[in-house]
Design a protein around this ligand. Structure first.
Ligand SMILES: [Zn+2]
Length: 508
C-alpha cells in the first residue's frame, strides 16, 4: 500500500481540522449573536456563551472514514491504528516466510476525516474488514520452456544457475580436452616427434553452446493462500528431472546368457542407451547380477554444442618399384624405407546432450609428407639361373607332412597335395635329373645354378628331360604316387650346396 499517499492525506486532514475548528468558532459566534438578540445581560451572555462552547467542544469528535481501493470500509478513530496494524501483519508474514520475497500488494487505504457531534468510530470492525481485504503474494521465478512453465524457483539466480549447470554439463569435457597441448605447437615440431605418439591425438575446441528450446525465466506472484511448501522446486531435483525428463527409471538385472545387443533387442532400445547410462561397462563385459540402467531419458531442456575436432591421422607411403636390369628377375632390393606422413583432419561435430548428431569433415591438411618406399626390381633373365626366390611347386597346396624327424627317421622334404595335379618349377634352373628311382619314384631335380637345388618326387608323369633349362613355373610333370609312397602327393626338397633345408623357410 502507498504510505506516502496516506501521509499526504494526513497532512491535509490536519489542515482540514484547523479549518473545521474555525468553522465551529464561527458557528459559536453566530449562536452568540443570536443570543445577544434576545437581550440578555452580559454575564448571562458570557456564561451561556462560554458553557455552549464547552459543551460543543466536549462532544465534537473526529472519525476517519476509511476506504480500501476506493471502497468504503468504516469509520476509524485514528489512522495510526491502521498503520500499526498493517505493519504488524507485514512483520508477522515476513517472519513466517523469512526465506522468501513477499510482495505486498499495491493496495490503497485512504482516510477522510469528519468532525461532528457524537460520531462513533468502529475500529475493531474496520481492522477486521481490512484484514480480510489485504492480500500478500510470494514471489517466484518460473522456468518456462517453449511456453510451458516447468517449475518455480525462489529467485532468478537459482533459475539461471540451473541453465548454466546444464551448459556446463555438456561442455566440461571439452574444457578437459582443451588442456591438451595446443595443436599449433605440436605441428611446429612435428618433424622431430614420433608419429606413433601423435597419430590419433585429438584437439577439440568448443565453438558454440546453445539451448535448443525457448527458455525464459518469468517472475510470478503466488497469493499466500495458494502457497505451499512444495511450490518452489528444489534446484537439485529440478536439475535431475530436466535431464531425465520425469521418466520412470528402468533397471535390469543381467541374466545368464545376456549380451548387450541381446538386451537392447529384448527391450527395444538403442545400444547407445545402455552404453551412455552405464559408463562402467568395459569391452562389453557383463556379469550375471549386474544392474543396468535402461531408462530412455527425455530431457526437458536440450543443449546443442558444436565442436571442432582436429585429429592427427597417418598418411600411408607409396611403394615405387624401379626396374633394374642388373638384378635377376624375381629379385628385389629395398633402397629406401618408406615412412608414414601425417595429416590433420578437421571435423565439425554437433552434439545434442552429448550425443553426436552430425559429423562433417571440413578440412584435411597434410602436415608431414610421407617418404616413399623405393624398391629395385630385377629384370635380368639368364636361362638356367634361379632368382633365389621360390614359388610353391603346386597351386593351392595342402600340406600333409612337414620337414623334420618323423617315425624315428629324418623326413627331408615337404609333402603336399592339391586339386591341381600340375607340378611347377619353383624357380628357374637346369633340369639335372628326370628319371625313376625306387624310393622317389618318378622324380625331377633342378639345379638353379645359384647354390640351390630343388627336388620333386613321386610324379606319375615326367614332362622334362635332363639337360634342359626351365623357367620358374614350368610344368615339370603330374603329381602321382610312384616309388615309396602311400598316396598321391608331391614330396618337395630344397638343398643348398647339396645339404637339405626346411622348404617351409623358402616358401610363403
Ligand atoms: Zn615326403
Amino acid at each position: 500500500m502507498n504510505f506516502f499517499k496516506r501521509k499526504e492525506n494526513l497532512e491535509s486532514f490536519n489542515q482540514d481540522k484547523d479549518n473545521n475548528s474555525r468553522k465551529v468558532m464561527e458557528w459559536i459566534k453566530v449562536y452568540r449573536v443570536r443570543l445577544s438578540l434576545v437581550v440578555l445581560t452580559m454575564c448571562v451572555l458570557f456564561a451561556v456563551a462560554y458553557g455552549g462552547y464547552s459543551y460543543v467542544s466536549a462532544n465534537v469528535q473526529s472519525v476517519y472514514h476509511t476506504y480500501f481501493n476506493g471502497e468504503y470500509v468504516g469509520a476509524l478513530s485514528d489512522p495510526e491504528k491502521v498503520e500499526a496494524y498493517v505493519e504488524g501483519r507485514k512483520q508477522d508474514i515476513e517472519k513466517q516466510y523469512e526465506d522468501y520475497t513477499i510482495a505486498f500488494n499495491d493496495e490503497e487505504i485512504e482516510f477522510e476525516m469528519q468532525e461532528g457531534f457524537k460520531l462513533e468510530a468502529e475500529d475493531d470492525m474496520v481492522l477486521s474488514e481490512l484484514d480480510a481485504l489485504l492480500s500478500y503474494n510470494i514471489e517466484g521465478y518460473e522456468l518456462v520452456v517453449d511456453g510451458e512453465a516447468i517449475a518455480m524457483l525462489k529467485n532468478q539466480q537459482e533459475a539461471e544457475q540451473i541453465l548454466e549447470r546444464l551448459e556446463q554439463e555438456y561442455t566440461s569435457d571439452v574444457e578437459k580436452q582443451a588442456s591438451v597441448e595446443n595443436i599449433e605447437s605440436v605441428l611446429l615440431s612435428i618433424e622431430d616427434t614420433n608419429s606413433e605418439e601423435l597419430v590419433g591425438q585429438k584437439f577439440i575446441s568448443l565453438d558454440s553452446v546453445e539451448i535448443i528450446e525457448d527458455v525464459d525465466v518469468e517472475q510470478v506472484s503466488v497469493p499466500l493462500e495458494e502457497w505451499s511448501d512444495s511450490s518452489y522446486a528444489d534446484p537439485e531435483e529440478l536439475f535431475e528431472s530436466i535431464q531425465t525428463g520425469d521418466v520412470t527409471p528402468v533397471v535390469y538385472e543381467v541374466q545368464q546368457g545376456d549380451c548387450i545387443s541381446c538386451i537392447a533387442t529384448d527391450h527395444d532400445i538403442p545400444r547407445s542407451v545402455i552404453y551412455d547410462n552405464n559408463e562402467w561397462i568395459q569391452d562389453d563385459k557383463l556379469q550375471i547380477g549386474d544392474q543396468l540402467d535402461l531408462t530412455i531419458r527425455k530431457p526437458k531442456i536440450s543443449v546443442k554444442t558444436v565442436k571442432t575436432e582436429n585429429e592427427i591421422a597417418s598418411v600411408h607411403y607409396d611403394t615405387i618399384y624401379e626396374e633394374d636390369e642388373e638384378l635377376l628377375k624375381g629379385q628385389t632390393e629395398i633402397i629406401q624405407q618408406g615412412q608414414e606422413g601425417m595429416k590433420v583432419m578437421t571435423f565439425e561435430l554437433t552434439y545434442v546432450n552429448n550425443q553426436l548428431s552430425s559429423e562433417t569433415v571440413v578440412n584435411e591438411e597434410q602436415v608431414l609428407e610421407p617418404v616413399a618406399k623405393i624398391v629395385r626390381k630385377g629384370t635380368k633373365v639368364i636361362p638356367g639361373i634361379g632368382s633365389g626366390m621360390f614359388s610353391w611347386p603346386v597351386s593351392s597346396p595342402n600340406i600333409t607332412s612337414y620337414y623334420g624327424h618323423r617315425w624315428g627317421s629324418m623326413h627331408k622334404g615337404l609333402d603336399m597335395t592339391s586339386s591341381d595335379k600340375n607340378i611347377y618349377a619353383a624357380d628357374s634352373g637346369t633340369v639335372v635329373t628326370s628319371e625313376y628311382h625306387a624310393g622317389y619314384g618318378n622324380y625331377v631335380v633342378i639345379n638353379h645354378n645359384n647354390g640351390y637345388q630343388t627336388l620333386y618326387a613321386h610324379l606319375s608323369q615326367l614332362n622334362v628331360s635332363a639337360g634342359t633349362n626351365v623357367e620358374k613355373g614350368t610344368v615339370l610333370g603330374i603329381m602321382g604316387t610312384t616309388g615309396n609312397s602311400t598316396g598321391v602327393h608331391l614330396h618337395f626338397e630344397v638343398k643348398v650346396n647339396g645339404t637339405n633345408q626346411n622348404p617351409s623357410s623358402y616358401l610363403n
